[in-house]
Design a protein around this ligand. Structure first.
Ligand code: PLP
Length: 395
């Protein structure tokens, strides 16, 4: 019999009932170190007092009104994002997938309004992930995500990861945009080198294309800058955001330049819940914390420390791990042992990591991770590695 919850996830037998900082309490009382943060969502950890305060205060005042009316919390969050980034304007969504939907629509509408309606194609990359909607799976294009769900939304051209010549060759009179994650998350923590991001920006400029960055997973302080593309010294035309921006409250956003957004006039897009007072009140509190030099310096410092421990772990367990990759607190351990076994052994040792493609386990801890937490991470991952090593030996 089909479970009451549609079984689209292979869930671990863990039921968390409470969270505080980087720690989760299981129903049986065990405390787990959370190095997954709900897949890069709980940027300020669990139950951060500022977020609990912002949400509670707003919950007592007003939950929902509709985008038919002014929403001051939405305006406040949009103003902050415009001040802090390349963007001139922001649309709020409830998830990364919805941000992808709007990014695609916005790019196509831009060219339509420019009198170039044939420019509908978006170049995307093998191994990418942009969500599970029809546009999202067509953008990613992998068989794993698309099989059985055709006909797919047309207009996506897929190029091998890192293949700049492939990008150039894929450009035609029908091309509208290039869409890329500065660091592939689901694809296995694969960073796009700064020189490649710069080259993609140049290719877009030379060919009159829009650059769409998907910072759903790598954005909001995760790499030690507010947004990952800042490391490369470039700016996109359109950027997809979600996950960390709500710190655990479902919130996403599309940020854009005035030009790129020029087609999105009244009536062209909407969302019942997008930009609701609850989400935006929390989003403001998240940004007030994350978007400060002191906070981002802290992320960089802790990231250096964690990475150093992980390098040691890889050196000590060459049968289990191959390499550390990623940036800031978006780190991946490429495994030699099956990554699912490493994640499961982590559960036995009360540490949460997240699997990704390319046999990688992801470490996407709360950005508020403390040095004591990092020490615990080392202890628990070391035990995990030893467990996997003995499993390999006895297999
Ligand atoms: C880079 C990227 N884009 C889009 C999405 C989709 O976001 P959501 O699951 O919030 O719809 C994800 C989710 O993992 C993601 O990592």
């Amino acid at each position: 019999m089909i479970p009451s919850v549609l079984p689209t996830y292979n869930r671990a037998p863990l039921t968390f009932v409470k969270g505080e900082g980087a720690w989760l309490t299981e129903a049986d009382g065990r405390r787990f170190l959370d190095l997954g943060a709900g897949i890069a969502v709980n940027a300020l950890g669990h139950a951060h007092p500022a977020l609990v305060g912002a949400l509670t205060e707003q919950a007592h005042a007003l939950w929902h009104v509709s985008n038919l009316y002014q929403i001051p919390q939405q305006k406040a969050l949009a103003d902050k994002l415009v001040d802090l980034t390349f963007a001139d304007t922001v649309f709020f969504t409830n998830s990364g997938t919805e941000s992808c939907e709007l990014a695609v629509k916005m790019a196509r509408k831009y060219f339509y309004d420019q009198g170039q309606p044939e420019r509908v194609e978006i170049i995307t990359f093998e191994g990418s992930f942009h969500g599970r909607s029809s546009a999202g799976i067509a953008a990613a294009g992998s068989e794993k995500m698309t099989k059985g769900f055709g006909p797919l939304l047309p207009g996506f051209v897929h190029v091998a990861f890192g293949d700049l010549d492939g990008v150039t060759n894929a450009i035609s009179d029908n091309t509208a945009a290039i869409m890329i994650e500065p660091i592939q998350g689901e694809g296995g923590i694969r960073p796009v080198p700064d020189v490649e991001l710069k080259a993609l920006r140049q290719i877009c400029d030379d060919n009159g294309l829009l650059l769409i960055l998907d910072e759903v997973q790598c954005g909001v302080g995760r790499t030690g800058k507010l947004f990952a593309h800042e490391w490369a010294g470039i700016t996109p035309d359109i950027m997809m955001v979600a996950k960390g921006i709500g710190g655990g409250f479902p919130l996403g956003a599309v940020l854009a330049t005035e030009a790129a957004a020029s087609g999105m006039t009244a009536g062209t897009h909407g969302s019942t819940y997008g930009g609701n007072p609850l989400g935006c009140a929390v989003g403001c509190a998240v940004l007030d914390h994350v978007a400060t030099p002191a906070f981002l310096d802290g992320v960089n410092r802790k990231a250096g420390l964690l990475r150093q421990k992980l390098e040691g772990l890889v050196a000590d367990h060459p049968d289990v791990f191959e390499e550390v990759r990623g940036s800031g607190l978006m780190l991946g351990l490429k495994c030699k042992a099956p990554n699912a076994d490493v994640v499961a052994a982590g559960y036995d040792n009360e540490v949460i990591t997240v699997p990704a493609a390319d046999n990688v386990i992801r470490l996407l801890p709360p950005l508020t991770l403390t040095e004591d937490d990092i020490a615990q991470a080392q202890i628990r991952l070391e035990k995990t590695a030893r467990q996997v090593q003995s499993q390999l030996a006895s297999a």
